[in-house]
Design a protein around this ligand. Structure first.
Ligand SMILES: Nc1nc2c(ncn2[C@@H]2O[C@H](COP(=O)(O)OP(=O)(O)OP(=O)(O)O)[C@@H](O)[C@H]2O)c(=O)[nH]1
Length: 393
């Protein structure tokens, strides 16, 4: 692709700055060889964008008065970029009352083209990864909610992927399995116990866990749990970056899962695939490219990465290990739905719950031109199912 004084015109219509050298088309594709993460599932800016579905939340008076340090670009608010409304998803007008309720779900069926998760078929490995939960511990949180943090190993990478589990009836099969030669104290220390630990406790209680009692416990759960598949974001979760909404999404997912009305429990699968799988160092380079004028997709491509280098096979395996076959998935990303279902729909996503930025709903959150550009790119180039029309002016 020859350069020009005004920059290179890419096949997807984006314009690259003139000082970038041309690159082979292969770099525009996500189909890299030899990397299990990328082979499993990845996005490409060349892929068709699936039809967005409205998230269904409406503006409130509070939103109208929210300050914005810099007005969003006109294109952000243009009807050309505004996905059509989905009948039946319009909007509660009392945001505060809605906040206390269970989030609204949108039924999903990935087996049909109109099933509410786009038409793209991610490339999935035929076999799911093997995972093992090696330790679990109770974490009382600063919000008062309590969860159990599960740490997993697996047979495809050496990272410590996590499951954050809300609700007492969700258990890991691999954690509970008896290890050769272990003592009751070993089981207590690695978290393979029922109920709670207390000073002086000596038995794990798992001997009482018969198939009948397991069935009874599963009958106590009410429908599929709320699940979030979250990819690590050091900048958004730890150093308060306003370039993305990752930190807010993690907090909000935990809040929704802790609501007393959420009887089915919740699971956040926390995958160590920082920067959509390119790692923190490369993501920081991408940020510099963004400050030079690229959007998040262009920046990845300029760095010779796919737009999205993530995979979700580990999430599928971890959910299976946690005894799940059906879930309600908290996401705006249509590709996550199909990817987490696995090659043979080992997990079925029954419903999708939109993750609408809190500031769009007049419920706090934050606003910044960077995060709004980030969300705009996700909607326009990655098919995220959010309605930019709900962005307060
Ligand atoms: N390469 C790159 N990665 C980013 C950027 N901003 C955030 N990320 C990463 O994107 C990932 C966030 O994705 P998720 O929160 O799983 O969400 P998603 O797939 O975008 O979709 P949702 O489920 O709707 O939130 C994290 O790994 C972040 O580190 C960016 O500008 N460039």
């Amino acid at each position: 692709m020859p350069g020009s004084a005004s920059g290179q015109q890419r096949s997807d219509g984006t314009r690259l700055p003139p000082f970038y050298s041309p690159r082979p088309d292969a770099h525009l594709s996500s189909h890299n060889d030899g990397d299990i993460e990328q082979a499993d599932f990845s996005l490409s800016a060349d892929d068709p964008v699936s039809a967005p579905v409205e998230d269904g939340d409406d503006k409130t008076p509070a939103q109208a008065s929210l300050p914005l340090t810099q007005p969003p670009p006109d294109s952000l608010l243009s009807p050309a970029f505004t996905p059509p409304s989905t009948p039946g998803t319009a909007t509660p007008s009392h945001a505060a009352a809605a906040a206390a309720r269970e989030p609204r779900s949108i039924p999903v069926d990935s087996s049909i083209p109109t099933g509410g998760c786009g038409t793209k078929q991610p490339r999935l490995l035929e076999t799911l990864p093997e995972v093992e939960c090696i330790v679990r511990a109770r974490i009382p949180t600063t919000t008062g909610a309590e969860m159990f943090l599960h740490l997993y190993t697996n047979n495809v990478d050496s990272k410590e992927h996590l499951a954050i589990v809300f609700g007492g009836n969700i258990r890991s099969k691999s954690l509970d399995a008896v290890r050769d030669g272990e003592t009751e104290m070993d089981r207590l220390v690695r978290g393979a116990y029922t109920g709670r630990l207390f000073p002086g406790r000596t038995t794990s209680g798992l001997e009482a866990s018969t198939p009948e009692s397991q069935r009874a416990a599963s009958e106590l759960t009410q429908g599929p749990p709320l699940v979030r598949i979250h990819s690590e974001c050091y900048t958004g979760e730890t150093v308060w970056s306003a370039r993305c909404d990752c930190g807010e999404q993690l907090d909000e997912a935990a809040r929704l899962m802790s609501l007393p009305t959420n009887q089915a429990g919740g699971i956040i699968i926390y995958l160590r695939q920082e920067g959509r799988g390119i790692g923190l160092g490369e993501k920081l380079k991408a940020y510099n490219l963004q400050d030079l004028g690229s959007d998040t997709v262009e920046a990845n491509l300029l760095l010779r990465h796919p737009a999205d280098a993530r995979s979700y096979g580990l999430a599928t395996s971890m959910l299976r290990d946690l005894g799940q076959s059906e879930v309600r998935l908290l996401t705006n990303n249509p590709d996550k739905v199909r990817a987490v279902e696995g090659p043979h729909r080992e997990i079925v996503v029954k419903e999708r719950v939109a993750m609408v930025p809190l500031s769009w709903k007049g419920r706090g959150g934050f606003r910044a031109p960077e995060v709004e550009g980030y969300l705009k790119t996700k909607i326009e180039k990655m098919g995220h199912m959010l309605d930019m029309a709900n962005l307060p002016r």
